[in-house]
Write a protein of this length. Sequence first.
Length: 166
Amino acid sequence: MASRLPACVVDCGTGYTKLGFAGNTEPQFIIPSCIAIKESAKVGDQAQRRMMKGVDDLDFFIGDEAIDKPSYATKWPIRHGIVEDWDLMERFMEQIIFKYLRAEPEDHYFLLTEPPLNTPENREYTAEIMFESFNVPGLYIAVQFIQKWRYQYFLVISFTCLIYLR
C-alpha cells in the first residue's frame, strides 16, 4: 500500500488565510484573504461576472500581490468569516492550491475550516467546489474554534508530559 501525500490544511478568515500541510507545526503561508480583479470586471454582480468568462477571468492576483495592485479593484470574498462572493472565492482557492501550496488537488486530502455559525448551504457549496472543481479525493470541514482549542490542548498535554518525564 502506497503512502499518501500529506493533507492540505486551509484556514480562510476574513482578514488572513493560513495554509500549509498536515504535520507541520505552523502554517507555511499567511496571506491576506483578498483578490484583485480588473476594474472592468468589478462592474456588476456575481451573475454578470459569471457570464463574462475569458481572458479577464485569468487576470487577477491574491494576497499581498492583490494589495500592491492600484489599477485593480481589491475585493474581500469573506466577510465576518462567511463567504459572500463564491466566484472570487473559487479563484482564490485555485491560486492558493496551485501557486502557494503547489499541490495537485487530486493527490491530497483537504482540511478546511469554517466559522462556528456557518450555514449548511455554505458548507455544501464549499464541498461542491472542492469536489467538482478541484476533484479532491477527500474533504473535512472543521469549525475554527474547535481546531484552535484542540491545538492548544495538545500543546498543554505535550508540555505536561515533558514535565512528568523528568
